[in-house]
Design a protein around this ligand. Structure first.
Ligand code: LMR
Length: 394
C-alpha cells in the first residue's frame, strides 16, 4: 500500500535543529532555529508569563472547547497589539496555532475566495512560506528583496517587480525583522510600497513574528498600521512564540481588514469555517496566559520591560560579534551585523563554509547562511568569531 511513499528530505530548519540535539559535542552552538536564548543558553520563562500561569493555576477549571475563533479576550488584545486602538469593528481577528497556523488558515481562506490569484514571497524568505501557500494550492513566485552588496533591501528591484504583477495577486510581506535576512524597509519605503499596492490593487499578507524584537512594539507594527490607515485591505499573521517565549503553546492570530463592520463579519465567519476544516478550534492554555498578561496593566508593563531587555541583548550581541570579527579579520565585510535587525542576519557565507562551521566547529547555521544571533550568548561570541574567521580564511 505505502510502497510509493518517498522519504522526507527533511526541513532545512527543524531537521537541522534535531541534528544539533543529537550532536554529542559539549561545546556545540546552535544558531540555526529562530529561538531566543538568554545568556545562560536557555529559553527564558518570562516573569510576566510565569505570574499569569500562577494566577491561572489558582482556579482549577474543566477544559471545554474554545470557540472556533478562539478566546474573545485574546482576539481583542491581539488586534490592539498589532493595529493599535481604533478601527476594531472592521478587523476580523481569530486565535490560531502560532504564526504558521495563521498563515495556513489565511491561505485556505484566500484560496477559497481568490482562487485565481498567485502568491509572491520575497527572495529569500522563510522556507515554510512556500510550503504553506503551495500546500494550500497556490502557485508561489518570488519578488527580489535582498541586496548582498548593501546587506539591505533591493528596494528598486522589489518595487519594479511588484509593479508588474496583475491586480488581485497576493504579496507576502515581513512587517519587521525580515526572516532570514534581518533587512527591513524604512518607513519611507513602506509608504512608497503602499502606493504601489494601491495602484496595482495587490493584496498584502503581512507576517509579523517578531513584534518588539526590532525597534519596539509600536515601531515594528508601523507598516501594518500605515497600510490599514490607508484603507488597504490586508491580512496579518501574528505570532507570540518569540516575544512571549511561548513557542510550544502555539499562540498566534490571523487578522483580516474589511471595508466596514459588515464585511468584517462575513470574513470572520469564513475564517471560522477555515479553522473548522483544519483543526476545529485552537488550544486554550497559551491563549489564556497571553490574554491574562495583556489585559493586566502591571503584567503588561512587566512583559514590555522584559521584551525590551531581550531586544537590547540582541543588539548588544550584534555589536560584540561585529567587534570581534573586525578585530580578527579587519578586511572582512561584517556590516550586515550592524545594518540588519531582529533575531537574524544573513552572513552571505557559502554553503561549504556553513558546513565546515558545523562539522569542524560545532557551530550550526542553516544552509542559506542565516544566523540566529538571538541564540548567541556573550560567552559564545569569541568561539563563534574564531570559527567564522577560520572557515573564511582557510
Ligand atoms: C525559524 O525561522 O527558525 C523559526 O520561525 C522556527 C520555524 O518554525 O522555522
Amino acid at each position: 500500500m505505502f510502497q510509493h511513499i518517498e522519504a522526507f528530505a527533511g526541513d532545512p530548519i527543524l531537521t537541522l535543529n534535531e541534528q544539533f540535539a543529537a550532536d554529542p559535542r559539549a561545546d556545540k552552538i546552535n544558531l540555526s532555529i529562530g529561538v531566543y536564548l538568554n545568556d545562560e543558553q536557555r529559553i527564558p520563562l518570562m516573569g510576566a508569563v510565569a505570574a499569569a500561569e500562577v494566577r491561572l493555576a489558582q482556579s482549577i477549571n474543566p477544559h471545554p472547547y474554545l470557540p472556533m475563533a478562539g478566546l474573545p479576550a485574546y482576539r481583542e488584545q491581539s488586534r490592539r497589539l498589532v493595529f493599535g486602538e481604533g478601527q476594531g469593528e472592521r478587523i476580523a481577528t481569530i486565535q490560531t496555532l502560532g504564526g504558521s497556523g495563521a498563515l495556513k488558515v489565511g491561505a485556505d481562506f484566500l484560496k477559497a475566495w481568490f482562487p485565481q490569484a498567485r502568491v509572491w514571497v520575497s527572495d529569500p524568505t522563510w522556507d515554510n512560506h512556500k510550503g504553506i501557500f503551495g500546500g494550500a494550492g497556490f502557485e508561489v513566485g518570488t519578488y527580489p528583496y535582498y541586496s548582498p552588496a548593501t546587506h539591505g533591501v533591493a528596494f528598486d528591484a522589489m518595487l519594479a517587480a511588484l509593479r508588474a504583477l496583475p491586480a488581485g495577486d497576493i504579496i507576502v510581506l515581513h512587517a519587521c525583522c525580515h526572516n532570514p535576512t534581518g533587512a527591513d524597509l524604512s518607513q519611507q519605503q513602506w509608504r512608497e510600497l503602499a502606493l504601489v499596492v494601491q495602484e496595482r490593487d495587490l493584496l498584502p499578507f503581512f507576517d509579523i513574528a517578531y513584534q518588539g524584537f526590532g525597534e519596539g512594539i509600536v515601531e515594528d507594527a508601523f507598516a501594518i498600521r500605515y497600510f490599514a490607515e490607508q484603507n488597504i485591505p490586508l491580512l496579518v499573521a501574528s505570532s507570540y512564540s518569540k516575544n512571549f517565549a511561548i513557542y510550544g503553546e502555539r499562540c498566534g492570530a490571523l487578522h483580516v481588514t474589511g471595508k466596514d463592520a459588515d464585511e468584517a463579519q462575513k470574513i470572520f465567519g469564513q475564517l471560522q469555517s477555515a479553522v473548522r476544516k483544519n483543526y476545529s478550534s485552537p488550544p486554550a492554555y497559551g491563549g489564556r496566559v497571553i490574554a491574562t498578561v495583556l489585559e493586566d496593566q502591571q503584567l503588561r508593563a512587566q512583559w514590555e520591560a522584559e521584551l525590551t531587555a531581550m531586544r537590547v541583548r540582541m543588539k548588544q550581541i550584534r555589536s560584540e560579534l561585529y567587534a570581534q570579527l573586525k578585530a580578527q579579520l579587519p578586511g572582512g565585510d561584517f556590516e550586515y551585523l550592524r545594518i540588519q535587525q531582529g533575531m537574524f542576519s544573513f552572513t552571505g557565507l557559502p554553503v561549504a563554509q556553513i558546513r565546515k562551521l558545523r562539522d569542524a566547529h560545532g557551530v550550526y547555521l542553516i544552509e542559506s547562511g542565516r544566523v540566529c544571533l538571538a541564540a548567541l550568548s556573550s560567552a559564545g561570541v569569541a568561539p563563534v568569531a574564531r570559527a567564522v574567521v577560520q572557515v573564511m580564511t582557510e
